[in-house]
Design a protein around this ligand. Sequence first.
Ligand code: SF4
Ligand code: SF4
Length: 396
Amino acid sequence: MVEKGAVVKAGQMVGEPSGFVSAPVHSPVSGTVKAVADRPHCLSGDQPAVVIEPAETDEWELMEPITDLDRTPVEKLVERIRDAGLVGMGGAAFPTHVKVVPPKGHAFDTVILNGAECEPFLTCDHQLMLAKGEEIVKGLKILLKITGAQRGFIGIEANKPDAIKHLEELTRHAAQINVAVCRVKYPQGAEKQLIKAVTGREVPVGGLPFQVKVLVQNVGTAYAVWDAVANGRPLVERAVTVTGPIVKEPKNLWVKVGTPVGELLERCGGLTDDAARFILGGPMMGLAQHRFDVPVTKGTSGVLFLPPPRPEDFIAGPCIRCARCVDTCPMKLVPCEAATFSEAGKLDKAEANGAGDCIECGSCAYVCPARRHLVQSIKVSKPAILKRRAERARGA
Ligand code: SF4
Ligand code: SF4
């Protein structure tokens, strides 16, 4: 939406959505557009980007705050969420305005806020619940209004007693809302696992949460919902955990989307070891990166810096048929077979062993004594399996 030389305000929309499952992008700063060109992206090489040189101070362009929630039609709230560019902030970055409206013939009766934050090292959701608990609860109330759901939960793992206590106090008089204390067990924060833990309902294999009448949103997204509605602010900032054993001063930072990761590291005092690896997200599901100029995106929950790997960590041995991967898989899949067939390009057999339902939690690879690259192998066939599934559903 902007060209080189344009002067933009913080909060101004600079990129339009390109389809239904898409969200607009807003400038996080006031400044001057220096280029509209491809730049590094954490997920898929170079991507089109708007490069903005920040001004000394930010002048904001905000939407009109919505103050009378009771009298605001649901459609207007969904429109606001869309216009604010909200996406799931737990990592998946799926557009929120799409997710809050179930397909025709379906309805939500429950909204769960995901505050489980089960991946090791990540603490930004925990910190956000402590610092912005009130706003998160208000965001949940807005989501309850939008969905018409009768009850709301905030799912938190039992290892965050201060956040549990704080949110229980904040929701004491909200009859519809409860804090659900969950077992500390990876991957408790995965959507389907959290639904099971909180409601006892099981999302069918290959299915989605709306099929059991549940909407799950990250606590950060709930905060962003409140901010978009109450303050008219689009999603241009978020909490990010910068951490790892070789970071001098690990901390949670409030970061503008688009900030190069290298700048976050500077704010944390740099590294104690030069030859490191770094990952966007947590150690189990995050994505390894190779350059410091990749930007923080709306879905970046953490930046993890690790010491150099031991060469033996990468040497995969043959499968010894121990079935540890089967025992540990939270989706009840057969990872050893799914990976083998996936590597061999045998889609039918890979699918029959669960490759299409893998949530990429990494638990199987973590326990595998042969150090097989199970997740990477499964990921090879998963997109093709999901595409075939979608075609079958459309009757193609
Ligand atoms: S990554 Fe492994 S353990 Fe996790 S869901 Fe996929 S197959 Fe199962
Ligand atoms: S855990 Fe590893 S070695 Fe054991 S069955 Fe699974 S893939 Fe094979």
